[in-house]
Ligand binder design. Structure first.
Ligand code: URA
Length: 194
């Protein structure tokens, strides 16, 4: 049932013309990973490679994301559903415009409503701003649990492209903080599996 419902939304999304991005996209990027009721990650928007392949997080940032998940035994083939705040690439990877986010919102809302994930990871500033009413930056919010839709647990995390720009692994560095966060995420994920 979940698959059929998602498929229906995906089909609608693939031919969406609700905002100007439909004119510049190669592919709509609806989702990646596996539909499941435990773990969902919401990113920002498709980039160059995602637009070409129709798959989220397949560029350098995506490869790092896979590596981070892999460190705690999670993979997009088995454990996580991945989507973005908006489903089409903004030209030159600029930030999505408010009207683009508003036009695309129904698809994200449907994905959440259908899957009802227990854990939602908000990957980067754009996802945080879409899902939370806050003026605080990601550095303050990351690593903390918030209540999300359907009483889910929602955690902001750094975007992997930010980690790619910050190479240090020293205590307190973005990569070190991400390591703390992914361990905490896995701890809560494991509780759900008991
Ligand atoms: N960055 C994102 O936020 N999403 C993608 O799909 C790729 C890069």
């Amino acid at each position: 049932m979940v698959y059929e419902e998602l498929e229906e939304v995906r089909k609608k999304c693939l031919s969406c013309e609700k905002c100007g991005l439909c004119k510049t996209r190669t592919n709509t990027v609806f989702s990646g990973g596996v539909p499941n009721d435990k773990l969902m990650l919401i990113g920002e928007a498709p980039g160059f490679y995602e637009d070409k392949q129709g798959e989220p997080f397949v560029g350098k940032a995506g490869q790092l994301l896979d590596k981070i998940l892999g460190c705690v035994g999670l993979s997009r083939k088995e454990h996580i559903y991945i989507c973005n705040t908006i489903k089409c690439r903004p030209p030159e990877n600029r930030d999505p415009l408010p009207e683009e986010k508003a036009a695309c919102r129904e698809y994200l809302d449907k994905q959440i409503e259908i899957l009802k994930p227990r854990i939602i990871l908000l990957c980067g500033r754009v996802a945080v701003n879409s899902m939370m009413e806050t003026t605080q930056g990601i550095t303050k919010l990351r690593g903390k649990w918030f209540e999300g839709p359907n009483f889910s647990k929602m955690m902001p995390i750094f975007h992997p492209s930010y980690l790619l720009r910050n190479d240090s692994r020293e205590k307190g560095s973005p990569k070190w903080l991400m390591w703390q966060d992914i361990k905490e995420i896995k701890r809560v994920y494991d509780q759900l599996c008991k």
